[in-house]
Design a protein around this ligand. Structure first.
Ligand code: LLP
Length: 433
């Protein structure tokens, strides 16, 4: 990886608002940061660092806000498992009554391990293997979001072998530009996702009376970390027109799956409120009489998690200050992979001007930098730092690069903090070799 020229943006102190002020589940008691009733510094001491720490209350609040925003409209929130697939987190969603969106047999395995029934699961993804399709058919999932004609052929062949009818939907590529970064934008015709309108129309008609395919819906997912409603509106208008067109041709679809993608505030972003996003979707789904499915990941779990790390050293090179932490790009990829800026603060705040530094990890790459020229304040070795907005696409993207064991994951619930994934050991590092 090249030097992180991409996240060289300098932040003015005035621009940097403490994320505790806009992150549910986190607040200060005096100078100490708390996650619900648990001191963050005490958790770092007890469980070690680096560690992911999640607030259950924050997840519940996000889910309930979204759920109630849809009101009486028939809907199912299918939490996108890829955002954070820890069993402890999935159990929180299951207890809330959530459905789930999966993209692999591995994610299906996780859900089955915690007893989620098939009719709460939708299956997306451009590369479902024969085995994955078979497993999902056996689990009698709610919906296959088919992403190519070849996948549909495979689905038909497996369904006929198992003698079950597959509940299916086509994930259309709505040809809409959206998404915060080129790596996470998915709804344009140049992207690998979905099926173009004409091909989709042909497939719906071709399999209209199929013994093995039961057309139940149509779906679209246009990207992630989307910060305006406009692209959703454009995609939805096209989807609604398509549903009506198919209906006129005798194909009545029950489900309208609008995907995920709602953005969150990391630093100064101003994402739409969940209620505004929901209202936009409801406005289209309601008159169609469809049951709405949504697949949010980041907006439900992103703000609920932080990555705790400890200062190892501080140093200066020609006047430039570096804080070297015990977490690195292998533990949290988003800055290196998507040029993402995640605020980092001290678990114990203190008054005074905030000295600036680059906050970096121990991995041997210049790209192993969480944030540059950041107003962190004075720190010393052993101080605990908090990287915010790490609940989504955090641990799930962690690797063992540089033979670094992956972090522990801790779930806070009121005054209790519990390990939901133990820190990897040295033995874990060489398991299977
Ligand atoms: N549905 C489908 C079919 C998806 O591909 C995704 C995300 C979602 C739902 C959930 O989207 P969300 O509500 O979380 O935006 N690792 C990247 C994000 C990749 C998103 C991939 N697809 C990141 O850290 O920004």
């Amino acid at each position: 990886m090249s030097a992180a020229s991409s996240h060289s943006r300098s932040f003015h102190s005035a621009e940097v608002v403490d994320p505790a002020s806009y992150t549910p589940g986190f607040s200060y008691r005096g100078s100490q940061l708390y996650c619900e009733g648990v001191s963050v510094a005490a958790a770092a001491k007890k469980f070690g660092t680096p560690a992911y720490l999640y607030s259950r209350a924050s997840i519940e609040q996000a889910y309930r806000r979204m759920d109630s925003a849809f009101g009486a409209l028939p809907h199912t929130i299918c939490y996108a498992v890829k955002a954070n697939s820890n069993l402890g987190i999935l159990r929180v969603f299951a207890a809330l009554g959530s459905g789930f969106d999966i993209v692999s047999g591995g994610e299906l395995y996780r859900l089955r391990r915690i007893g989620v029934p098939g009719n709460r699961i939708v299956f997306s993804g451009v590369g479902k293997s024969r085995e994955e399709i078979r497993e999902a058919l056996r689990t009698r999932i709610l919906l296959f979001n088919v992403e190519s004609p070849a996948e549909l052929d495979l689905l038909v062949s497996e369904a006929s072998r198992l003698r079950v009818r597959a509940a299916a939907s086509i994930r259309v590529n709505p040809d809409v530009k959206a998404g915060g970064h080129r790596h996470i934008s998915t709804g344009h015709h140049s992207h690998k996702f979905g099926i173009d309108w004409d091909t989709a129309r042909g497939l719906y008609l071709q399999y209209k009376d199929s013994r093995w395919i039961d057309w139940q819906g149509v779906s679209a997912h246009i990207g992630s970390q989307i910060l305006s409603l406009a692209p959703h509106r454009r995609a939805l208008a096209r989807l609604a027109g398509f549903v009506r067109e198919l209906r006129a041709k005798g194909i009545t679809l029950r489900y309208l799956d609008c995907g995920g993608g709602l953005g969150i505030r990391y630093t100064s972003e101003q994402p739409p409120e969940k209620a505004a996003w929901a209202a936009e979707l409801a406005r289209v789904a309601q008159p169609l009489g469809c049951h709405l499915l949504v697949e949010p990941g980041r907006s439900l779990i992103g703000p609920a998690g932080v990555l705790l790390m400890r200062v190892l050293y501080t140093k200066q090179n020609r006047g430039k200050k570096f804080v070297i932490a015990d977490a690195a790009m292998n533990d949290f990829m988003r800055p290196a992979l998507y040029d993402a800026t995640h605020p980092i603060t001290r678990a114990k705040r203190s008054a005074g001007a905030l000295a600036r530094a680059d906050i970096v990890g121990p991995v041997c790459e210049s790209g192993d930098c969480f944030v540059q020229d950041w107003p962190l304040g004075e720190v010393a070795p052993e101080d605990v730092l908090v990287l915010w907005g790490a609940g989504a696409y955090g641990f799930v993207e962690a690797s063992n690069y540089n033979s670094r064991p992956r972090p522990a994951e801790i779930l806070v619930d009121g005054n209790k903090a519990r390990v939901i994934r133990r820190r990897e050991s040295r033995a874990d590092l060489i398991r299977g070799e």
